[in-house]
Design a protein around this ligand. Sequence first.
Ligand code: MN
Length: 256
Amino acid sequence: MRILVTNDDGIFADGLWTLVGELKSIADIVVVAPDREMSAIGTAVSLHQPVRARKVTPKVDGVETYAVEGTPADSVILALGKLVRDRVDLVISGINRGANLGDDVLISGTVGAALQASLHGFPAFAISLALGDNLHFGNAAKFATLLAIRFSSGALPNNICLNVNLPLEQIKGVRLTHPARKSHTDTVEERYDNGRQHYQLVRQRINKPIDEGTDIWAVEQGNISISPLLTLDANPSPLISDSLCAELFQELQQRA
Ligand code: MN
């Protein structure tokens, strides 16, 4: 199996390389990712300027690695359309520094890259870890590997896009969820720099009870959340089930 790995935190982010280090035991890895931080850029694509890419030295030996002067979605399009064409079985975006839950799914560059891969007909998932004082990406990398094995074996269908989020604290379970709606609010603050006025957009979680079954609910309860975002068939696949979640949790505990 060959896996394309990308992210929106930039090509040298720890989350990406912890993921690559773990995935290397089960697959060939190619990394194509933005050369800088590109968080909150969503599915943006650079249609009106050149997109440059250069080969760079990987942080894990033996991994073909390209840095892209563009967005996460640009990186995926470039990889699948040119750099590693016909050689990819699965696309993974992450591990993002910070959760991508609720309304944030629509602005996340991490998720944007996975959606772009899905639009090109590739199985894909985004994976993010909730922010905290001591970020350890190890469990998220192990969980991504368990999912990759299931895509490879056919236990997960190749026509879906998943959004996966891990809690910071100890993991209590794995839940199948849907993204919470109206979870965030944007306010506009008027500010001044050197006497010159500008506006600052401030994005905040709305302080309200969160519905059961949503991604925010699952992660706040200490669970790993799996939200199917897109399936290329009319009906969601029966292969993504609560029993699969239970199986994944059991296996993660054995490996942790
Ligand atoms: Mn990010």
